[in-house]
Design a binder for this molecule. Structure first.
Ligand code: Q9C
Ligand code: ZN
Length: 366
């Protein structure tokens, strides 16, 4: 059964370098990633849709206005401040606020880069604003399509909608970029579902890395259940959050679940974690009426950034099991860097989801 895929070419000119693994090299978060996924989903016969214009008010519900304005203007301010030679690196920080000290927002773009980032792996280049706003618009549109389908689906659960977001988003907090993420597309999709009538939304993050940004954005809120399965931050990026004892705070206490796994965890261990995650979501299913899957496929056995052993068949299994929740679902692309396998891995997830006989408006019993 074909799935609606929201995609755009506006990410193309967001192409960065990263200082990692001892050298400066093209970032693994490359434009090619989106092309490979798009090609595989075209071949699989899915239905492509262009995103609507981005609703900046929606973005401001999960990001601070000064952060969004910083993202919009940082590139031109960086070049104006440092001259054309600074184009080569892209706008990137080398100084960050110090732990436990007051951190006042600086005036200059160089200081603001430190204020508005937590990692030096995500430069801002000329094409970044166009790319991140298109990526967020894709998430917004995918949420709108799921809501629209629900309205017409009668008693059936609508088919999933896939948001081909690039760059990814789950590391971005309300006011900090990092981990190749600038705007938190999964959080934007979740907020959109709430604004369009969901009572409570679950975000299930299966990326190899902890979804720190999504956790932080919804930390004190009980209208979004955030669940993340990831490599233990004691030995993996993003290093400082993602531990099992982070359960949310204030009204959000009990509405965050972290399932950290050791590096090189076996498939059975990962599978058990998914069961735990899905039980938490279905336990609360009386109040949860929509799901966002933050779909990183950097859990793949050959991913250059990961250590988990999942293969392409495992990804269709994930799709099947997630669809078993029976919730209207937006799938938002996060990480995944084994470009040769990226297309078929994403296609496998959608295939697994669409093969479970979820009924749509067209085939639901009346
Ligand atoms: N040696 C996602 O999968 N990169 N982001 C820093 C420095 C961190 C991954 C590596 C990887 C971020 C969306
Ligand atoms: Zn990742």
């Amino acid at each position: 059964m074909p799935v609606q895929v929201v995609a755009s070419e506006a990410h193309r000119d967001h192409e960065t370098m990263e200082f990692a693994r001892g050298r400066v090299a093209p970032s693994p978060e490359s434009p090619t990633r989106a092309t490979i996924i798009s090609d595989a989903l075209h071949v699989a016969g899915h239905r492509f849709v262009e995103p609507d214009d981005l609703d900046l008010d929606l973005v401001h519900r999960v990001h601070s206005a000064e952060y969004v304005e910083f993202l919009r203007t940082a590139w031109e301010r960086w070049i104006a401040h440092l001259g054309p030679d600074a184009a080569e690196s892209g706008a990137v920080a080398f100084t960050w606020p110090r732990r436990g000290e007051l951190s006042r927002r600086p005036d200059d773009v160089v200081g603001q880069l430190g204020y508005h980032s937590f990692a030096g792996d995500s430069p801002i280049v000329a094409g970044t604003w166009a790319a991140v706003t298109a990526s967020a618009a894709i998430a917004q549109t995918a949420a709108d399509l799921v809501v629209g389908a629900r309205a017409t689906a009668g008693s059936g659960v609508p088919s999933p909608v896939y948001a081909l977001c690039r760059p990814p988003g789950h590391h971005a907090t309300a006011d900090q970029l990092g981990g190749y993420c600038y705007l938190n597309n999964s959080a934007i999709a979740a907020q959109r579902l709430l604004d369009r009538g969901s009572r409570r939304v679950a975000v299930l993050d299966v990326d190899y890395h902890h979804g720190n940004g999504t956790q932080a954005i919804f930390d004190t809120r009980d209208d979004v259940l955030t669940v993340s399965i990831h490599a233990d931050p004691a030995s993996e990026f993003p290093w400082f959050t993602g531990h099992a004892d982070e359960i949310g705070s204030g009204a959000g206490a009990g509405w965050n679940l972290n399932l950290p796994l050791p590096r090189h965890a076996e498939r059975a261990v990962w599978d058990d974690a998914l069961d735990t995650a899905l039980s938490r979501i279905t336990d609360a299913a009386s109040t949860i009426d929509a799901l966002v899957v933050a779909l990183g496929v950097d859990t793949y056995v050959d991913d250059p950034l990961g250590t988990f052993p999942l293969d392409t068949d495992d990804f269709s299994g994930i799709g099947r099991r997630v669809a078993g929740c029976g919730l209207p679902t937006v799938v938002v692309q996060e990480g995944g860097y084994a470009v040769d396998a990226l297309g078929r891995n994403v296609a496998a997830v959608l295939d697994g989801m669409a093969s479970t006989g979820i009924r749509t408006g067209d085939d639901a019993p009346r």
